[in-house]
Design a protein. Structure first.
Lengths: 333, 104
């Protein structure tokens, strides 16, 4: 695996090929592997981009447990920008499962003019990202179309802001999630309006990424304490029903099926969906971010793998990477 | 020769008209796009330097965007990055050790 993941083939400024910055592996509750590259080490945070969506999921898992949010409640109830007739049927559950029907264009570099995510992060929507997401037109009834959407994840964090008082919201990622599981390194960036950018902007060390994954490996329980709502991990790792009624392209399915802000290594043969990583157990699910950030959780192997990188092209093959790790585990190397 | 010139002129006129119509249709998108390179650069640079704490050299590698970015100002004292691209200036500011950087 080291030769595959850590061999940089060109100068840093070229940004070509696999450019791994860190790998941390937890197996059977123990840290069994750790390595860093470039300027990174165990103390350095890394931006995890869209793997932040799974952190947003966890914060909602805490919020549901704390009674601040219910999955089936209409999303507009405490959030004025969503209070228009066509968005009334959208629930928190639809947003978590990326099935709200709100318009989204997730292209970054390949379609910059139309990219809603670029507009949200850097242009028309960056001052109040939640409002920008909420203002998008409805292009399908909720629960009928699955559409991967960064706007949706940040919209969720904006909705949460209006459900709890400001002081509680401002500290909630720490008091509700990071502190109880011993995560010390997390930085969660916000927009000008104070909304946590739940789609993209968590910075965290790979060790703490693994710690976060370990919470999900253990069904949301940490040291005997229920951190996430009961059955939250099962909910989060259940394939989104709307995928059945969505015309999915091969690109849509490159990362696998989708749960609630988590990717799943799960095939659905009756829907014509193959397993994305055939050399990895099907019970694996993962958080995945732009330019190669990931937290892989393999239930059947009691294993968490945190991965950070600056992979600007498609050189990295997660199936190959994970296969090599699993071969190493089976041979004890 | 006259016909050839007329054909060239017609092609140029058509191209200009198509271009003007395209710009009209995509005007809002173009205005928004203008803000992206400087916004992205300022935010990436701010977070790389002040949150992830990599070197300035590494931060420049991370932050580089497709469009040319000029007038980059790194204010270490106030932890602020200002960048200009496509005639638009963006600023990202480090807030604190919980909230990292925000694009202003």
């Amino acid at each position: 695996m080291e030769e595959y993941a850590f061999k940089r083939s060109s100068p840093e400024e070229d940004r070509i090929g696999i450019r791994t910055d860190g790998v941390v592996i937890i197996k059977d509750g123990y840290l069994v592997y750790e390595r860093y590259a470039s300027e990174y080490d165990a103390s350095k945070r890394h931006l995890i981009w869209s793997a932040s969506k799974s952190v947003t999921n966890a914060i909602f898992g805490v919020a549901v447990k704390d009674g601040y949010v219910q999955l089936d409640e209409p999303a507009y109830l405490d959030y004025a920008p969503l209070n228009r007739e066509e968005t009334h049927p959208i629930t928190i559950n639809h947003l978590l499962r990326m099935s709200s029907g709100l318009y989204s264009n997730e292209m970054y570099e390949s379609s910059p003019l139309q990219s809603t995510v670029n507009n949200m992060l850097f242009s028309a929507g960056h001052l109040d990202m939640g409002a920008f997401a909420a203002e998008q037109p409805v292009v399908a009834p909720p629960d009928t179309q699955w559409e991967y959407s960064s706007l949706t994840s940040t919209l969720l964090m904006a909705i949460l802001k209006d459900k709890i008082d400001t002081a509680t919201y401002d500290d909630y990622p720490w008091t509700g999630l990071f502190d109880p599981i011993g995560i010390k390194s997390a930085v969660f960036e916000r927009d000008v309006s104070g909304t946590f950018v739940g789609s993209s902007y968590v910075h965290i060390t790979p060790r703490d990424m693994a710690r976060f994954g370990f919470l999900f490996l253990n069904d949301g329980i940490w040291d005997g304490e229920q951190i996430l709502a009961k059955d939250w991990v099962t909910y989060s790792t259940t394939v989104v029903p709307a995928m059945q009624t969505t015309k999915l392209t091969p690109e849509d399915l490159e990362g696998g099926t989708y749960g609630a802000q988590w990717w799943l290594n799960r095939s659905v043969p009756e829907w014509g969906i193959p397993i994305p990583f055939p050399d990895v157990p099907e019970d694996m699910f993962y958080a995945s971010g732009h330019w190669g950030q990931a937290i892989f959780i393999i239930l059947s192997l009691d294993m968490v793998i945190a991965y950070t990188a600056d992979n600007r092209d498609d050189s990295m093959d997660y199936n190959q990477f994970l296969k090599l790790i699993l071969e190493g585990v089976s041979t004890g190397s | 020769m006259k016909i050839f010139k007329k054909i060239i002129l017609a092609i140029v006129i058509i191209a200009v008209v198509v271009g003007v119509v395209w710009i009209g249709i995509h005007w809002e998108e173009l205005v928004n796009f203008r803000k992206m390179p400087s916004g992205a650069y300022a935010k990436f640079m701010c977070s790389a330097l002040f949150v992830d704490e990599v070197s300035e050299e590494q931060a420049r590698v991370i932050a580089r965007v497709s469009a040319p970015v000029k007038e980059i100002n790194i204010d270490y004292e106030n932890k602020t990055i200002t960048a200009r691209s496509l005639f638009y200036t963006s600023t990202a500011q480090y807030v604190n050790d919980k909230y990292g950087c925000t694009l202003k």
